[in-house]
Design a protein around this ligand. Sequence first.
Ligand code: TXA
Ligand code: MG
Length: 344
Amino acid sequence: MSIETLLCPADQAGVARAAALLRQGEIIALPTETVYGIAADARNGSAVKKIFAAKGRPQDNPLIVHIDDVKMLPGLVSEYPERAQLLAAAFWPGPLTIIMPRGPEVADECCAGLDTVGIRMPSHPVVRQVIEASGCAFAAPSANLSGKPSPTTAQDVWTDMQGRLPLILDGGPCDVGVESTVVSVVGEKPTLFRPGRITLEDLERALGEEVELSPAILEKLAEGEVARSPGMKYKHYAPKADITILDGTFEQYKAYLKAHAGQNPACLCFTGEAAELEAMGFACVEYGREGDGAGQAQHIFRCLRALDEQGDRVVYARCPRRDGVSMAVYNRLVRAAAFRVVTL
Ligand code: TXA
Ligand code: MG
């Protein structure tokens, strides 16, 4: 399958072209505040199927439906629970996906057989303009090939998707850099399924109650354990590079590298550390300042792709914190590292 792909600016003409394609049942790629997405009309099953084909995505991994106004909810959800309303008031539009009971109009292909649906109201002006111009609520996963790091620039989308869809809108680099926070309000207790810029503490503050942490976020699921959020069971964001996270101080990190210099490793380090490491003879990619979760989140996927571009080398990564926005960074990085974490 190869089709001609147009990469064009996300200006008025680009938005109009995207909206027309969506209405015709086509798929297109576009920027959001989190990562780039591939959109299709969520009510059109054959359009949604094209997303799975273009990404090589497993059919059992459900998609998030994007809206630009809560007026679009009827038909998409069968219930708009009070907890969802509290979260929407606090964080929409923004990088939060809320899992709710599924409505009758969402194409089966979006939900992978579940009776729930993830809904998100993005804040990025381009997505909002495309939703408004097309009148479509659209299903949109990240615009990477399945198993690759999510794309945060139009160029990264082009690398993965050229020849697989007709249009990529270029709206510059994404601000958040990691995918939306996914929280479920179905079931007894609200549960965080995927961490993002909106943190566990943010959710608890808005809800005024405790939010459960899905065990798949920080640890590898045990053999046979079922992920309540299907996406968490995959080895996601797997770069070619062979990454190991080293949990310890910078001094301990340098000592470990010295001891393993024979592997000719590259460093995925904090901003400001490269000069010293390069002087020791190691190639470096800096992914943000130590302790700055939001800054690290913005760059982590681009950095994983940059390491990929260097081929299949051994990489030792500095360990992000596991709380606040850093939880999202740790969650993505530990998957890229296939859960290899060495405590120094
Ligand atoms: O920021 C984002 O959310 C981006 C942009 C494009 O909006 N989209 C995105 O979609 O990250 P995707 O498909 O790459 O990730 C969706 C995640 C998956 O982990 C999936 O398993 C989970 O959300 N998910 C979707 N619907 C669900 C449901 N009904 N129940 C549980 N998990 C669900
Ligand atoms: Mg994804």
